[in-house]
Design a protein around this ligand. Sequence first.
Ligand SMILES: [Zn+2]
Length: 453
Amino acid sequence: MRIVTRLSMTLAAAILAAGSATHIAGAADPDAPAMAAVTALQCGHLIDTAGGKTLGETTIVIEGGHIKEVLSGIRPPSGAKVIDLSTQTCMPGLIDAHTHLTGETSRTEYVDKFHWNVADYAIRSTVYARRTLLAGFTTVRNVGDQANESVALRNAINAGIIPGPRIYTAGRAMGTTGGHADHTNGYRTDPDLAGDPGPTEGVINGVDDAVKAVRLHYKLGDDLIKIMPSGGVLDENTSGDNAQMTLEEIKAVVTTAHDYGFAVAAHAHGAEAIRRAVLGGVDSVEHGTFMDADDMKLMVEHGTWYVPTIIAGDFVARQSKVPGYYPPQVAAKAAAIGPLIQATAGRAYKAHVKIAFGTDAAVYPHGQNAHEFELMVGAGMPPMFTIQAATISAAQLIRHDKDLGTVTAGKIADVVAVPGNPIDDISLMKRVSFVMKDGVIYKLNSVPVELSP
Ligand SMILES: [Zn+2]
């Protein structure tokens, strides 16, 4: 039996009221024999993300971190601990395919980087990870950190040391000198500060650097590769959309990455950079602000995914009006690019580009990820499509659709619930009331379950 040594009073009361204790987040005794407790989630509705429909009352039977059975109706399987979600709509754990869990926007962000060590980012990331999980995001694809600290975050979560989403990380993003991944943009040029970052720091110039940088990611234990073939908003250089990698450099990254089993995600705002990224064979285009009709056609032909991150554009456009929040170059780019992503996402949906849910969390405060659903619906996507984008589609993008993305027997037991029907009111996605990851409950009756020390 997994022992819960410390629970919030509210949660303890809620469990008592439900008449059952259950499999709750917390430190298990590592020497205790493995438990095969069975939990039954009695859901008012279940979103069938494969079929694109909302089912009626459904009982999800969980055993040993996996979904054992999905039964129609409210059933009390014998010996199971019952969780009453009869007023809730259940769905698979949500997936955010574009996060940066080890940083977060702030007024002092551009100064902090001169004072903070990697450890400062890493410690804060444990808070952001918990917030993300409690918002219902049980899996994320992390596409850029400071110095590979997201690997340590991933490993600590996987080991059960801290609560957080399942992480697939790209480690450091990769770009060219002066480009979006060159963290020394805007610095004074003395060698003690700007220096000349190279493949180890994520800056490549030419095919040989590209190959080496991918291999370094393999050596460091990353899960995928992130490249910056166009300018970006938040670096201190002038263009947000120019083409910053040659087709040869992109192909060198992609070919080497695929040798090592890595997918490649490409940050790109400009139309030419998007074209090169798709021709170079990347798996996904992120942001895609100035994606034109030719780019969309090319993406459909190549089966390239699009991860819009509308919320990031929305946030930076608003913050660009706050005096002093961003450096002047950044504010100018944010005002120009930020407001355009939502309309691009709407056009891409109409053009049948494959779309996966992603938010660029860190550009806006972690935990608000679900606002993206409202913005996707605002772009003209049906609510069901947006939920599929954050479940079955994102699972395909991250190559884990065999074990994630639907609530079906045999899959990993990641289940979340919202109070009511999100197909009628997509804003309910911001009110996730129940979170289970790997069969462990992290949120119940809208109350976070505290970790045992
Ligand atoms: Zn990003």
